[in-house]
Design a protein around this ligand. Structure first.
Ligand SMILES: NC(=O)c1ccc[n+]([C@@H]2O[C@H](COP(=O)([O-])OP(=O)(O)OC[C@H]3O[C@@H](n4cnc5c(N)ncnc54)[C@H](O)[C@@H]3O)[C@@H](O)[C@H]2O)c1
Length: 247
């Protein structure tokens, strides 16, 4: 890739929360960012806030054909895809229940978005990322993947597994695949949904006693997609203030 070509980043769930923060950070680095979200109106507002390097796209990551068509369209218009952030996910307080309690229909929907969404977007983007210098995928798992007995944690444990399997599978195409496992990060969704008791409980598990912030996850993402991490693939990095440390 020559320096004259603009690098292209696709961020799922890009309308708000981490996705929005990732969009700002990658656009600030001069990348073209495409914010894919179910909520097109919110994604458009975010893209307008970021500026000319950002654009919004409507899409449901659990729709295989739609993700195939979207990645193809992006690659056609911009020449390829360099970075994919598989960030879209269902993580409401409601999803944080045992499977029997959540029920099979809601569990299935969450698995479709949190697990199948990662699979569909990765496979759809792969041909347009293959062979591009510095091509990298970052999946967003969760601290809940470490020892959770809840449906949500199971979905995020699957994301850790997919990170290893896709690191092997896409390695021959020169695509690195890693994941981040955020701890409790005070996005708007978390502030609105989690009770102060639950927040205090998680904070009590942390070694670092301050609140987790979106910028903590952004910093780790920027490192994972940078040349500094070119020898790193298949890893899930916990960014949880030490709340999930285990040997
Ligand atoms: N905030 C935290 O503390 C925390 C901790 C660990 C992991 N995570 C994970 O980080 C990711 C982002 O979290 P957040 O707090 O920014 O979430 P958020 O709820 O603020 O934003 C998620 C975005 O994803 C979009 N989305 C949902 N389903 C979608 C679908 N099927 N297709 C396309 N877009 C869809 C939503 O419209 C929304 O804009 C999620 O995968 C979540 O599980 C968050």
């Amino acid at each position: 890739m020559t320096s004259l070509q603009q690098r292209v980043a696709v961020i799922t769930g890009g309308a708000r929360g981490f996705g929005k923060a990732f969009g700002h950070a990658l656009a600030d680095q001069g990348m073209k960012v495409i914010l894919v979200d179910l909520d097109l109106a919110a994604a458009r507002l975010t893209a307008a806030e970021i500026g000319p390097n950002a654009e919004a796209a409507a899409g449901d990551v659990s729709d295989e054909q739609a993700m195939h068509d979207l990645m193809q369209d992006i690659a056609k218009r911009y020449g390829g895809i360099d970075i994919l952030i598989n960030n879209a996910g269902i993580h409401s307080a409601e999803a944080n229940k045992p499977i029997g309690e959540l029920g099979t229909a809601r569990t299935r929907r969450m698995f479709e978005v949190n697990i199948w969404g990662v699979i569909y977007c990765t496979l759809a983007a792969r041909p347009f990322m293959a062979g591009r210098e510095g091509a990298a995928i970052v999946n967003i798992s969760s601290m809940a993947a470490y020892g959770s007995q809840m449906a949500y944690g199971v979905s995020k444990l699957a994301v850790r597994g997919l990170t290893v399997s896709f690191a092997h599978e896409l390695g021959g195409d020169g695509i690195r695949v890693n994941a981040l496992a955020p701890g409790l990060i005070l996005t708007d969704t978390i502030r609105n949904e989690l009770s102060p008791d639950v927040m205090a409980h998680v904070k009590g598990m942390q070694i670092v006693k301050r609140d987790g912030a979106e910028q903590d996850i952004v910093s780790a993402m920027l490192w994972l997609v940078s040349p500094g991490a070119s020898f790193v693939t298949g890893e899930t990095i916990r960014v949880s203030g030490g709340a999930t440390l285990q040997v």
